[in-house]
Design a protein around this ligand. Structure first.
Ligand code: G3P
Length: 221
């Protein structure tokens, strides 16, 4: 399973990349706007930090406009992956970009039928937004299970399932159990994933035992 970071904050990306577990980064217009920085500069900086797919989203609503926005973004670095929305124009753009060897991440996927279309268009990644389905009282993870299962039936599909809109650590756990290729994770959830109270108390006990052994008479450590 691959882990991407879902953020445009380069300081956070540096922090978690240093753990050695980050395979890529996803951004979207909301995250870029939140960073308060120039889009292309942020993407270029992220590409220097993480050696893996870095998603940069287009904002045009027609295929021609999406492709025109994608070209200079893809020229920033070979790892730049163009994020396009799952609408008919986005599918057209995906087909063109994949034909040109440019990686694509088809985003805002909320149904299996949409995921099938993304795969047919040659998407490198499809991003089902599970948290936003949960928000509506649906079970987002059920969609991941469906897509993983359906894609497995068709060897001609090479699109990777990228679980997005991850809202808690249990989403990551369920994504791993469902066999998703990737989960893209907000930084604060990385902290929740690594933390376990038994790890902390176990470590404290080991260190306390070590200290008392060191100070005990006749024990040389
Ligand atoms: O990668 C897409 C993701 O950032 C959307 O998350 O929490 O805004 O639904 P959210």
């Amino acid at each position: 399973m691959q882990i991407f970071l879902d953020t445009a904050e380069v300081d956070d990306i540096r922090t978690y990349a240093a753990w050695g577990v980050i395979d890529g980064v996803t951004t979207n217009p909301s995250l870029i706007a939140k960073s308060g920085r120039v889009f292309e500069e942020v993407i270029a900086e992220i590409c220097e930090i993480v050696d893996g797919p870095i998603s940069a989203e287009v904002t045009a609503l027609d295929a021609e406009g999406m492709v025109a926005q994608a070209e200079p973004l893809a020229a920033i670095h070979p790892n730049v992956t163009i994020k396009v929305p799952l609408i008919p124009e986005g599918l057209k753009a995906t087909k063109v970009l994949s034909g040109r060897g440019i990686k694509t991440n088809v985003t805002l996927c909320f149904s299996l039928n949409q995921a099938v279309l993304a795969a047919k268009a040659g998407a490198t990644f499809v991003s089902p937004f599970i948290g936003r389905l949960d928000d509506r009282g649906e079970r987002g993870m059920e969609l991941i299970e469906e897509i993983v299962h359906a894609y497995e039936q068709y060897p001609e599909f090479h699109t990777q399932v990228l679980v997005a809109s991850v809202r808690n650590a249990d989403h990551v756990r369920q994504a791993a159990l469902a066999g998703a290729d990737i989960a893209t994770i907000p930084p604060k959830i990385m902290d929740k994933m690594v933390k376990h109270d038994l790890t902390d108390s176990g470590l404290a006990a080991f260190l306390a035992d070590w200290e008392s052994a060191k100070t005990a008479e006749g024990v040389a450590l």
